[in-house]
Design a protein around this ligand. Sequence first.
Ligand code: ATP
Length: 498
Amino acid sequence: MEDIVGLCKRRGFIFQSSEIYGGYNGFYDYGPLGVELRNNIKQAWWRDFVQRRDDMEGLDSTIIMHPKIWKASGHVDGFSDPMVDCKESKLRYRADQLFFAPVIVEGEKIGYVSVVESIDQQEVAEKAAAEMKRKMAKQGELGPIELKEYTEAAPEEYELIPSPATGKPGSLTEPREFKLMFETKVGPLADDSATAYLRPETAQGIFANYKNIVDTGRVKIPFGIAQIGKAFRNEITPRNFIFRSREFEQMEIEYFIAPSADWKALHREWIDTCTDWLVSIGLPREGITEDIHPEDKLAFYSQATTDLMFDFPHGEQELWGIACRSDYDLKQHQEHSGKSMTIFDEATKEKYVPHVIEPSLGVDRTLLAVLTAAYTEDEVPNDKGKVEKRTVMKFSPKIAPVKAAIFPLLKNKPELVEVAEKLYKKLQRRWNVFYDASGAIGRRYRRQDEIGTPYGITIDFDTVEKDGTVTLRDRDTCEQRRVSEAELIEFLEEQIDG
Ligand code: ATP
């Protein structure tokens, strides 16, 4: 993770928000390359799920909506996480991400250890327990350390469990509910009636517009509505870089189906489609696994949820949630708004409130997954044939921030520069390409490797004196071949837009 964060800052992908004021926890800014990568991910998703499908409509709803929407959806009353405060350090933890265990030596409980969720939490806890035993000079065998979530602690244990911040017991509070929605006031009045919320998900904007879209007459069951947009959650412990932040973006679909449809088969279809899409933008299939939520942990209205998990630097974590939410949301809005949410199914001549499958993906988490998968350190020969270490971002050409770099072999030869600039201008009309004339060609390649530009195009004397062909270099294999301009454009088209 440190390598990725370092490269992101150095090369202008991602910056800590408000850095000149010391940063602002849970907020990130996307720099020149980051915004390209991010836009490319969103465009690829929009193209594949909206424009290239016949059963999907797009939507862009507002971030602030009528507060009644959040009442109907259950967010006003239920959208919170249990949290724990450390009264001494003033740090705040999510209770389901804080773990504790009693330390037992020869059957006697000598104290407690606590750890914040991490890949090596077990190891950290065992070390702390061994240290406690040593400090207290206890003889005998240390019992196994069995970590439990802080939410499972008995009330009498709260003051015995040490705070991870201070290492001492007595400063942790009991778990308390913490509202995740950001509040604001709309209009001139500052009283409670003016309270509104920044949306914590884009999904409700879809449900709120479902009737509008059905009334346009463009859709028939089954169909989906897709939306990309910002979402805000006042996360208690934003962490792991852009994995969990307070302002992020979602790409969500509500796919409406008949109540009698084989939802299990359709759910499976969506899980497969989503997995294939992640692979199509360059994630390794073996890095993606499925986490099927056990039935007893599902919300009462949910029929099934499967999360696509990705092997992030900080462990295997949720990337894409794919939930079967029955007709719960539409029925809630029907009840709260008094407007009918039924649709007439032409095929079966029935009228009903449809059920829904909801694939919900974070743009920022996808970007972190893409950065993780792309980050590679390898060794390649330099100009003089000497093997050198290089850092290379192996982005898929579909989403790479810069698609190709155009280099005149020498910058002081006007005939090379002229042809190179002409080609650059031509390619720039279609793609984000980069022109670089300075430095040794090997160094220029290396700079592009580090930002993940898939293709290097060099204009040399053969180009201007012989046949007009250029050298096309592949970022990953470093192989070079000569191609004509027409071949080059056809190749780029297939790789980038295919
Ligand atoms: P988690 O359990 O990690 O908090 P969640 O189950 O609450 O996530 P959903 O409400 O299902 O997440 O949101 C759908 C998707 O939105 C997630 O799969 C994730 O990709 C993204 N997402 C959710 N919360 C955040 C966040 N704080 N920062 C970045 N992305 C997020």
